[in-house]
Every structure is written in structure tokens, then in C-alpha cells.
Write a protein that binds this ligand. Structure first.
Ligand SMILES: Cc1cc2nc3c(=O)[nH]c(=O)nc-3n(C[C@H](O)[C@H](O)[C@H](O)COP(=O)(O)OP(=O)(O)OC[C@H]3O[C@@H](n4cnc5c(N)ncnc54)[C@H](O)[C@@H]3O)c2cc1C
Length: 369
């Protein structure tokens, strides 16, 4: 495809944020074009696939893609016996199915969807150049193109702090309904995880980007430990990984030439800097961005700043707390001996000290953290 395309709203990226934005903008009556560089929705999966229970209540696709419930979290600190947090509810989802269902909703709402179509560049006058040769003139652009957003970069909003991850899928020998978190001073700027998913599980490690070279041995060590404990199988069924923005919000609005731009999801830095969780924020910010984009197209002058205010009101407090805790932990990692077990606990959401001196969380905020 090539040539000119005039459209009301261009959505770049069709992950949970972009699909939700496209659905909301199209449902509000705007002509929407939504593009993704990947060939198919939801693939490759780059996710540990845990979502808070609240998301399942609000978004039917999360409940529909559910694989198993989660009702507790076990935190393993520096090889000590696990601390149990019994009040931690959520579900493991099939992320590919979830993303595909959100895209179906966008299609059903009337959005034009193009996979295998990257955004290559944004000209200074706001014209978007796509990989298929199309030049798109949009009234509003929504950037939902993930942690290394091209749209974000074009308006000077860049995720500067990144955690890099590596994850494998293995058989689960002992079925359970809890997430396991592994905190260790060796896992610099991140943590390890074991998330059960029916008969299999996701085992992963995330570290500060400067430590990326250590991901492979750290994950091999965690996997070997779990095999030895008889919890998981030795065979690795699949690998994945990806970047997680951990610097907090980058500012969700801007402009390229005359064209207003709204960022959503990872592109806006809405992933929690401590847990790395971002699906809930992606869906909710995406919906709001789609509604705001349609309102801007309809001539509502205050819709862009209102969107910024809504994002701040929804996510500002929990992101600021997580950013602060992450900063404290990173300072401990800059010491030669790294963080103590007590400091590792202070920086993790399962412990009351994480929430100390924070404003009381809104209902569900701990789970969406
Ligand atoms: C290993 C790992 C484990 C995780 N585990 C969890 C978890 O258990 N729970 C949780 O809540 N969060 C988790 N996250 C974070 C979560 O995956 C993200 O926060 C979420 O996917 C953000 O959604 P999004 O739509 O903003 O971005 P994405 O899902 O990244 O979607 C962005 C889309 O934009 C497309 N794109 C990028 N550039 C372009 C371009 N130039 N042109 C066109 N398209 C483009 C991409 O192909 C992609 O489809 C994890 C992340 C990783 C890496």
C-alpha cells in the first residue's frame, strides 16, 4: 500500500494500550487507522502474564483470556525462607489471546487495523511515514508503541531508565496459585519470578540495563534451583524477554507541528518502576487516550491537558512511590556490598514498609502497582 491517507486518529502500536485506544476512538465516531510493526496481534509474547483481579472485572478480555487464578505471593529474599503475602489476588492470562481480543474489539468498533506496518518516521509537520509507503495525515496521533516509542521520541518524551528481562517457559511439577518473587543483591535493579500457568510456568529475571550481560547466568541459576527443588521441569519450552521502562511517567502529551500527540502505556512510562507491571495501566491509559483523541478531533480544546491530568490522577501517586523505592534500592546497589535483605524488603510491594509514609493506596492500588 502507498500514497496519502487522511485520517482523524492515527494509533501507533497495537499492544493493550494501542488496541484500547483504537477501540475507544473508533467507538466515539472518529476514523481511526491503527498500525503495528509485528505481523500478528499479541505475538511474540513478551510478558510474564500476570494481571490484577480488578482488570478482569473491568475488562472482559482479561477474564476471557484467564488461564488460572492467583491468590498469594511468596517473596524469597536472599535465599531465606519465603515470606507469604496471602492478600494478593489476580490471574494469569494468555497474553497473546488477550491482545488479539482487544484488537478484535477495535476492529469491531470500526478502526482500520494494519499489522506488519511499522511507523518509520514522523515529519516535523506531523506527517507519519509508514513502512508500506503510506504517508498519513492525522488530526491526532496516539503513541502506544511501547518502551522505545518512536512517537515519544518525536515529541522529546523518552523512557531513559530501562530494565532488561529474560524469561523461559518450563513444565510446572507442583501446581499452585501463588506468584514467587526472588529478591537478591545479585539481581541488580530487578528481581526473579516464577509465575504458574496451569501445567507450565514463566520463569524470568529482570535487571538494570547495564547488567544485561548477566541475565543468562542469573536465569540459568534460578531455573536450576527450581529444578533441584522439584518444582519445575528441566526442559525449556520457549524463551522471551524485552525492555521494561522503570523511570516513571515521561509526560503523556505533546505536539508535532500542528498535530496533538497523546502517549499511552509503556510509551508514556506508566509501567511500575518496582514490579514492572504495566498491562493494567496500558489498557486504562489507552482507553482514555482514545477518548481524548476523539474529543480533540471533535474540537474539544481542553481534551489533551485533561488527558494529562487524568493520567496523573490515576497513576501519579503509585508511580512516584515506586520510583522513590527504586531510587533507594539503586543507591544501595551502588555500595560495594549492595542492599541488605532488610533493604530488599523495604523496596518490595509485599512488605508494609514499602507503603510506609505513602498516602493510603486507593482500593486495588496495591494490585495494580
Ligand atoms: C518479560 C516481561 C514480563 C512482563 N510481565 C508483566 C506482567 O506479568 N504483568 C504486567 O502487568 N506487565 C508485565 N510486563 C509489562 C507489560 O508487558 C507492558 O507494560 C505492556 O505490554 C504495555 O503495553 P503497551 O501496549 O503500552 O506496549 P506493548 O505491549 O509493548 O505494545 C507496543 C506495540 O507497539 C508496536 N510498535 C513498536 N514500535 C512500533 C513502530 N515503530 N511502528 C509500529 N508499531 C510499533 C510493537 O510491535 C507492540 O505491538 C512485562 C514486560 C516484560 C518485558
Amino acid at each position: 500500500m502507498s500514497g496519502w491517507h487522511d485520517i482523524d486518529v492515527l494509533v501507533v502500536g497495537l499492544g493493550p494500550a494501542g488496541a484500547s485506544a483504537a477501540a475507544a476512538a473508533a467507538a466515539a465516531g472518529a476514523r481511526v487507522l491503527a498500525v503495528d510493526r509485528n505481523a500478528r496481534p499479541g505475538l511474540p509474547v513478551q510478558c510474564a502474564e500476570f494481571v490484577p483481579m480488578l482488570l478482569g472485572a473491568e475488562v472482559r478480555q482479561a477474564a476471557a483470556a484467564s488461564v488460572q487464578p492467583i491468590d498469594r505471593m511468596a517473596t524469597h529474599v536472599a535465599g531465606e525462607a519465603a515470606d507469604l503475602e496471602p492478600d494478593f489476588t489476580g490471574r494469569m492470562i494468555d497474553r497473546a489471546r488477550f491482545d488479539a481480543a482487544l484488537v478484535d474489539e477495535a476492529k469491531a468498533a470500526g478502526a482500520e487495523i494494519r499489522f506488519g506496518t511499522p511507523l518509520r518516521t514522523l515529519d516535523a509537520d506531523g506527517i507519519a511515514r509508514l513502512g508500506d509507503g503510506t504517508a498519513v495525515r492525522a488530526r491526532v496521533i496516539v503513541g502506544a508503541d511501547g518502551p522505545r516509542s518512536v512517537v515519544g521520541r518525536a515529541i522529546g518524551r523518552v523512557n531513559r531508565q530501562i530494565v532488561e528481562t529474560r524469561q523461559i517457559t518450563a513444565d510446572l511439577r507442583i501446581a499452585h496459585r501463588g506468584t514467587d518473587i526472588f529478591l537478591d543483591r545479585e539481581i541488580v535493579g530487578g528481581y526473579g519470578w516464577l509465575f504458574p500457568k496451569g501445567g507450565v510456568c514463566n520463569i524470568g529475571v529482570g535487571v538494570a540495563a547495564t547488567e544485561k550481560h548477566r541475565l543468562k547466568p542469573l536465569l540459568a541459576r534460578l531455573h536450576a534451583r527450581l529444578v533441584e527443588e522439584g518444582r519445575v521441569g528441566e526442559t525449556v519450552h520457549g524463551h522471551t524477554g524485552g525492555a521494561i521502562p522503570v523511570g516513571g511517567m515521561v509526560g503523556p502529551t505533546g505536539r508535532i507541528g500542528p498535530v496533538p500527540v497523546l502517549l499511552a502505556g509503556d510509551a508514556a512510562g506508566l509501567t511500575n518502576p518496582v514490579t514492572g507491571a504495566g498491562i493494567n495501566a496500558a489498557v486504562n491509559s489507552g482507553r482514555l487516550a482514545g477518548e481524548a483523541a476523539a474529543a480533540i478531533w471533535a474540537g474539544e480544546r481542553g481534551a489533551a491537558p485533561d488527558y494529562g491530568d487524568e493520567i496523573e490522577a490515576l497513576f501519579g501517586r503509585s508511580l512516584a512511590l515506586a520510583r522513590r523505592r527504586r531510587g533507594q534500592l539503586m543507591a544501595a546497589w551502588r555500595r560495594a556490598d549492595g542492599p541488605t535483605p532488610a533493604e530488599l524488603r523495604d523496596g518490595w510491594i509485599a512488605y508494609p514498609q514499602y507503603w510506609a509514609d505513602a498516602a493510603p493506596p486507593r482500593q486495588g492500588a496495591r494490585m495494580t502497582a
